[in-house]
Design a protein around this ligand. Sequence first.
Ligand code: 9MR
Length: 599
Amino acid sequence: MNHTNIRSIFTFALSSQLVLSACGSSSTNNFGVESNIDGESVATIISDRVAMSQVVFLPDSEKAALVPDLPATQFQIVSIAEGKVVYEGALTDSKEWQVAKGESYKVADFSTLNSAGDLILRIDGVEDKAFQIKQNAYDKLHDASLKSFYFNRASTEITEEYGGAWARAAGHLDEKVNYHVSTLKGSAKEGSSNSKDVLLIASKGWYDAGDYGKYVVNSGIATYTLLAAFQHHPNFYQNRKINIPESGNGLPDLLDEISWNLEWLEKMQADDGSVYHKLTTLKWPGKEMPHQDKRALYVIGKSTSAALDFAAVMAMASRVYGKQSDTYLTKSQQWLKQATSAYQWAKANSDLRYVQPDDVKSGEYGDDFFHDEFSWAAAELFLATNDTQFITDFTQYQQPFTVPSWQHVSALGVISLLSAEINNLDEAFYQQLRKTLLDNADVYVAQYKESASRLPMVADDFVWGSNSAALNKAIVLMQAYRLTDNAEYKAVASSLMTYVLGKNPTGYSFVTGFGQKPAMLPHHQASQSDGVSKPIPGMLVGGPQNGQQDGCDYPSDEPALSYADTWCSYSTNEVAINWNAPLVYMLAALIADQKASEE
Ligand code: 9MR
């Protein structure tokens, strides 16, 4: 390519829709590889290409590209408008990433370049790569990722006014839900379980993922993460509209969206305080739209984890919504009561594991260790009631801090306690929590520095839903940034955002609808059966991991490379609410911080 003809390169890039569009989902990507949207396409691995965020960069963020192992030692950034080199840097030495063996990369890091503009990354031996830095880089992406929760609403029609091309009929009204015989566990109350005349109404809620199940445990962390996004960035959300039916009702759209799920969740509790583990059909749905799934619905099982996650979220919700309006004051009191009775039930039934009944095939979300759930629920109940007995409980149950996930929730209570608006914690206790969080964030920073890909991702992170491990680590790093104001934490957090948006060795943007080569065939029943070629935008797929539990074809067995953009690959290409929630949180955090730095 002619290096002097900068404008023509840029025009070419634009006309081919190769770059710059935050919502482009062209079927041709910038590596010249066809994304086969109708059939099954298998990921190609980076070998002779540069991989970087496929979405516009925020000025105030880490900016880096993975570069193949070429002789070049330098890189340049050229400004299109000025027609000259505005930045020059050295490529790092080439290094193999431990989770992507067989590939060596150099890294071009231009994080300090932070003025908005149209730019080109130039390295001898590879094609020029056009990109942009822009103040509002993540706005559309944020709104779409939040809107994807709306698209996953159960019990409602999605009209064209709000759903556009993805309008669909209502599915799963959940007005006549059966009690599965397993709900007898831990309670003598449901004496007439399975009888046709005792049915539960448990409408609303979000579908968990590609399937149409609603699971209390996974709803727990997903709802927490969205509530935390609101609590930590209230100004950002105050007037933010995403065009949902409730927009303009006086409540921020984010809270309207979350309350759709809370109104389902509140129904999942029995009179004695116990909580049903899930509400699903007995078998998985087929490749069909929600309204076509006519299988009978059941509440299934009870568990200590469901009760505690329920208690934590309801307590947190009571705190957030109680302040919003008089309308929510009553709700808020009701939710706190429900949280308290769920917690008490869990104390009396402190080791009730969910065991999947033989006739049930839906998701399991099984757990057999509940101290982390106890500590999280105790933290939220303390914050909602100010009763110090809950701090005593928290201390008794506190576990080592881990990357947040549906199964490991020890970090959630710590984050809530550290970010409470009024900190009336004992100073030594507060400092202990702070140190716990910062120690972990420091480990992630060290992993970032150590990694060939400039990513704080290690083998243990490449689990089912690895992209959520990435973004949950980012959330922890953002808490460290909030606590210390040390910009390094934020930079490393933002490297995880650019990772899911394309700075990764698979060549994909893991968010549907965003980037030149986004996931096109997510394992999402509605997206695959609605007759629309593009999937619902703003959904984060699970991401690479080499368990390959689905037996599909993969281009590699390496953890960070074992990814396939195929319907078949539910172990790497499904979507889920607990994976999208940290995407929403992180986008809100980065946008809000960018805006604050401009004020
Ligand atoms: O996210 C869950 C992952 O941690 C488990 O390893 C996996 C297998 O049990 O299940 C995942 O959750 C799925 C759930 O069971 C059903 N809905 C889709 C979820 C995402 O794949």
